[in-house]
Structure formats: C-alpha cells, structure tokens
Ligand binder design. Structure first.
Ligand code: ATP
Ligand code: MG
Length: 308
C-alpha cells in the first residue's frame, strides 16, 4: 500500500459499545491492523474499570496511568476534575511523546504506542467518580515531532463517558454490535447522540455555578468535530445471525462497516492473557481499514466540491 493511501493519519477514533460486545478486541485488532498497514498508531486505554488491554498488544504490564502524570483525581485533592462539574480542559493535555517519561507508555517493536488513562479500582473505596478519567480521554492529545498518529481510544461500556462529553474531541465513533438487542439499541442511540452534537444541541449546564463554566461547556460541544458513527458487528456465528442483525440495523438506516466472526482464537487469547492473534480476524480487519480509507477518500471529494 503506497504511503499516499494512508489517509487516516491524524484521526481520533473512539470505540464504544455495550459491555462485553468486543470494544477492546476491536481496539487491539484495529490498532495492530493500522500499524501493520504503515500508520503510526497511538492507543489510549480509557476504560476506567476493566484491566488487561495491554496484554492484547503483548505487554506484560500496563504503563503508569496518565492520571498520575496529570496530578491525580480531585476527590483525593488532585488536579484532574470531573468534566461534568468542571468543563475546563486539563492543563498541558497535549503531550509530546518524545518528552513524556517512558513509564507512562509502552511501545511495540513496530512503534505502536500504548497509554492508559487510569483505573477507578486503584483509587480505593469511596474514591468518588471516574469522571477525571473520562476528562483525560476527552482532552489528551499525543504528538511527536517526527510523526503523526492515528489515535484509537477504548472506552468503558455504555453511555456514561459520552454523557460526560468525550464524543466532542473525536473525529469518528465506532460502535461494536454483538448479536443482542441491547447492542443494536446502543448503536442507534449513539448515532442519535452524534447527530445531536452535530446539530449543536447543548449539554446539561443547569448545575454549573458560573457563566464562564456554562460558556465553556457550550463551546466544547458547539466546536466538536465528531463527524461519523460507524458500526462493526462482532461475535457473528453464521450468516443467518449476520443477515438478521444487518436487517435490524437497516431499519434504523445503519449499514455496518464490516463484521468480525465468533472466533475461538480471540476468546483463547483473552483467557490466556496473550497477544490477540487470529488470521481470520486480521483479514476481516484489513477489509474494515480499506472501507475506512475509502470512506475518507469519498469524504475528501465531497469536502473539495463543497469548498469550490
Ligand atoms: N470475535 C470474537 N470471537 C470470540 N470471542 C470474542 C470475540 N470478541 C470478543 N470475544 C470475547 O468476549 C469477551 C469480551 O470481549 P472484549 O473484552 O473485547 O469486550 P469489551 O466490549 O471490551 O468488554 P468490556 O465492556 O468488559 O470492556 C472477550 O473476553 C472474548 O473472550
Ligand atoms: Mg473492554
């Protein structure tokens, strides 16, 4: 693949979905697939609850959480606040990876960078809420003087992080849909949420005490760049299930970008804490990346036509 086809450079892609649908699986496979394609990839583990994503990349431990780098949670006297109570961006949230102490990231032999926002479980009982971890996911920008990254962010299950505004700093959202009604509903709701942000529906601010805070919260939402919601099917056991799911989603005008099949190699990798490896899934991911690149080519054509 020629370098000029690497048109996803700079994208911030958030992975969402219901609990257990396959967010972390897609995060790992997509990140490694993009890396193999020639992209510089930066992965953020932004799931405040579940542990283990680092193992899917072959790391034996997770890096020190960025929560420490940014000064700890406000509930323990630290600097990082919950974005619902305090929409103000984290200070110095743009991080030059070449100057960040190496304990805060892991790097594969192929240059894929892995960071972790933090875990609420590390904060002890009565720690407060995990909003500060969502704020890191919202605000963190990783850059380097040498290369530009594709950013993949693995979020916690459900809508809570979205309600805290993490969608506002993403370009694209990918919702993972496993064969359940709840997962389909999540995709539909996420599509609606992004449509609302695109049509400048403002966030909840009745609880904010100052006009500056209300202004800031509204600004973050009205300036959001999020443009697209894609859907990827996962754990598909056969064509009957896939056809049924596709029909269900078509009812809401959602056409999945692709599918990952139910694959024993994937569940075994997670069970054994080994790097995620499945030749079949790798092929499915290549198709998915082709489609994302094709989508971007077509979007570029439309943008150019509109600007003429
Ligand atoms: N395509 C697949 N084939 C077989 N098993 C899968 C597949 N995708 C995921 N799994 C299994 O489902 C489990 C949950 O997957 P994963 O951790 O990726 O989901 P998640 O959405 O990130 O979950 P959580 O909400 O807990 O973060 C994995 O432990 C794995 O065993
Ligand atoms: Mg997960």
């Amino acid at each position: 693949m020629e370098k000029d086809r690497l048109n996803l450079v700079g994208k911030r892609i958030g992975i969402f979905g219901k609990g257990g649908s396959g967010k972390s699986t897609l995060t790992a496979l997509l990140a490694m697939g993009l890396n193999q394609r020639g992209y510089h990839v930066c992965v953020l583990d932004a799931d405040s609850t579940n542990v283990g994503l680092h193992q899917a990349f072959g790391f034996d431990q997770s890096p020190t959480p960025l929560l420490d780098h940014f000064g700890g949670v406000v509930f323990s006297g630290g600097l990082v606040t919950c974005p619902v109570d305090d929409p103000a961006p984290i200070d110095h949230a743009s991080v030059n990876i070449d100057r960040l102490p190496s304990k805060y990231y892991q790097k594969t032999d192929h240059g894929l960078i892995f960071l972790a926002a933090g875990k609420i479980g590390d904060q002890g009982p009565g720690a407060g809420c995990d909003g500060p971890i969502a704020k890191i996911a919202r605000d963190l920008v990783v850059y380097s003087d040498r290369e530009e990254f594709v950013n993949i962010i693995d979020f916690k299950a459900g809508f809570e992080d979205s309600a805290r505004g993490v969608l506002t700093s993403l370009d694209w959202v990918i919702v993972v849909v496993d064969p359940t009604t709840a997962a389909v509903e999540m995709a539909v709701n996420m599509k609606e949420m992004v449509e609302q942000i695109k049509s400048d529906v403002l966030p909840a601010t009745a609880h904010l005490e100052t006009e500056e805070m209300v202004f800031l919260a509204n600004k973050i939402f009205t300036e959001a760049a999020v443009s697209e919601v894609f859907c990827v099917l996962n754990k598909i056991p056969n064509t009957e299930v896939e056809d049924y799911l596709r029909k269900k989603l078509a009812h809401y005008r959602i056409e999945p970008l692709g599918s990952l099949h139910l694959d024993e190699a994937i569940s075994l990798s997670w069970l054994k804490g080994r790097p995620l490896f499945s030749p079949e899934a790798n092929e499915e991911i290549k198709n998915l990346i082709n489609k994302l690149e094709q989508f971007e080519i077509e979007s570029d054509v439309i943008r150019n036509l509109n600007s003429e």
